[in-house]
Ligand binder design. Structure first.
Ligand SMILES: Nc1ncnc2c1ncn2[C@@H]1O[C@H](COP(=O)(O)OP(=O)(O)OP(=O)(O)O)[C@@H](O)[C@H]1O
Ligand SMILES: [Mg+2]
Length: 253
């Protein structure tokens, strides 16, 4: 079963073809990396899959269901969740409230109902907080539960975003550079966390530049180059792919 099937996807910004006629699939239950040089189209692809951008052409299927035209909130209800390349944390809220926002995105009860303060909703709120605390424990930031988000170190904020994404109980989690700006030790911890997320049954799509992390944790890798698919395969296949080698050597030369 595919968690994600992308077929003939294209997106341009003015004259820039950010994604060009891209097709690939992500097997359910795996960690699937998406790599490529800066500007290759990785974040654009995530924004297309999560309904933030509308494709110029092509289709996106989530667990076999065509989700073209679905808004991000609708996709959250279908089990899609993400983290952001640039931190998207509400700094003036507590850390645990930030995680709870993630759960509310996938809950049926809207804000208006929440304001009515019904007993059933208060119970749901308490359960939601409990779950948020568990997730903070799971990602390793439990000690910051009561803290204002602005007081957390950068590495903890990256983890907090992961906890928020998990609060929606996703079937598919898209992570855009979870290790960006982290040191070696912190990156190794993120690798372990990704593995634990995958073991819990959530399919992970991982956009990253850190090759050690990618090679350590991925089942398959999609390589993007100027918005096109350069390669798709296991870590071994991609590592030995002549065009991947020359594209990366070209990018660093
Ligand atoms: N909203 C936008 N408006 C105009 N151009 C955009 C927009 N988003 C992306 N682009 C362009 O599309 C191309 C792909 O950008 P994208 O951010 O998807 O790359 P990326 O692979 O995520 O790069 P990085 O590794 O630096 O994060 C780039 O040329 C970028 O300038
Ligand atoms: Mg990006």
């Amino acid at each position: 079963m595919n968690a994600l099937t992308v077929t003939g996807l294209s997106k341009s910004f003015g004259g820039v073809k950010a994604i060009q006629d891209l097709s690939f699939d992500v097997h359910a239950g795996t960690v699937h990396a998406i790599i490529g040089p800066n500007g290759a189209g990785k974040t654009t692809l995530i924004n297309l899959v999560t309904g933030i951008y509308t494709p110029d052409a092509g289709t996106v299927e989530l667990f076999g269901q065509d989700v073209g035209g679905c808004a991000p909130e609708g996709l959250a209800k279908l089990g899609l969740s993400r983290t952001f390349q640039n931190l998207q944390v509400c700094m003036n809220m507590s850390a645990v409230d930030n995680v709870m926002i993630g759960a509310h995105l996938s809950l049926a009860s809207g804000l208006l109902l929440g304001m009515l303060r019904l007993p059933s909703l208060r119970r749901a709120d308490a359960a939601c907080r409990e779950r948020a605390l568990e997730l903070m424990e799971f990602v390793g930031v439990a000690q910051y539960a009561g803290s204002q988000a602005s007081q957390l170190p950068y590495g903890a904020l990256k983890r907090l975003e992961i906890a928020r994404a998990l609060a929606a109980s996703p079937r598919l989690l898209l992570m855009d550079e979870p290790a960006a700006g982290l040191n070696h030790t912190e990156t190794a911890e993120i690798e372990l966390l990704i593995r634990r997320i995958a073991e819990s049954g959530t399919t992970v799509v991982l956009v990253e530049h850190d090759m050690k992390l990618i090679m350590g944790v991925s089942d398959r890798i999609l390589v993007l180059h100027y918005g096109r698919r350069l390669a798709l395969g296991t870590t071994e296949e991609v590592r030995n792919h002549p065009e991947v080698i020359s594209a990366y050597l070209g990018a660093t030369a």
